[in-house]
Design a protein around this ligand. Structure first.
Ligand SMILES: Nc1ncnc2c1ncn2[C@@H]1O[C@H](COP(=O)(O)OP(=O)(O)OP(=O)(O)O)[C@@H](O)[C@H]1O
Ligand SMILES: [Mg+2]
Length: 137
């Protein structure tokens, strides 16, 4: 099953829509709660990163009996130094984004912790692609 979502940069009101829909679908499919939790945490962080840091993006969630594969592609500033961005506590979040409670610099480390496979590709001034795989069985 494939689910896809369009994400608008700056639209914090809608942030979390993709992760809640994926949560609902996995629940309906009877997927283990601990697996759902990991998927939702990783997807939510990646989704918020598009809202907080990029201009717009697309999320595709592929759900099979074996695994959940999430691909998030955005158009935005990209990440010039991925190693630095992965460091817990590192954040370039704007004052506005921080005032909404984001910007702890924990999103990417959290995605990494919850994913079985995590890939991050970015082209500065173009955009970022995040791929997350979480095994179901
Ligand atoms: N999709 C993206 N486009 C551009 N830059 C990004 C993207 N995702 C992450 N980054 C960069 O990597 C940094 C670290 O991301 P991370 O998610 O760990 O922290 P954060 O988003 O700043 O804060 P938090 O996730 O804790 O609210 C960001 O501050 C930003 O500089
Ligand atoms: Mg983040």
């Amino acid at each position: 099953m494939d689910l896809s979502f369009n994400i608008q940069g700056g639209d914090f009101t809608s942030a979390g829509t993709a992760s809640s829909q994926v949560r609902r679908t996995l629940k309906e499919l009877g997927v283990d709660a601990s697996v759902i939790k990991r998927v939702v945490v990783a997807l939510y962080e990646a989704e918020v990163n598009i809202v907080a840091h990029a201009y717009k993006g697309e999320i595709v969630a592929q759900i099979s009996p074996e695994r959940v594969f999430l691909k998030l592609t955005d158009e935005g500033p990209g990440i010039p130094d991925i190693e630095k961005a992965m460091t817990p506590g590192y954040s370039t979040a704007s004052q506005e984004v921080r005032e909404m409670g984001f910007g702890a610099g924990m999103g990417l480390p959290n995605i990494c912790k919850n994913a079985d496979v995590f890939n991050l590709h970015s082209v500065p001034n173009k955009g970022t692609t995040v791929e997350i795989t979480i095994q179901i069985s």
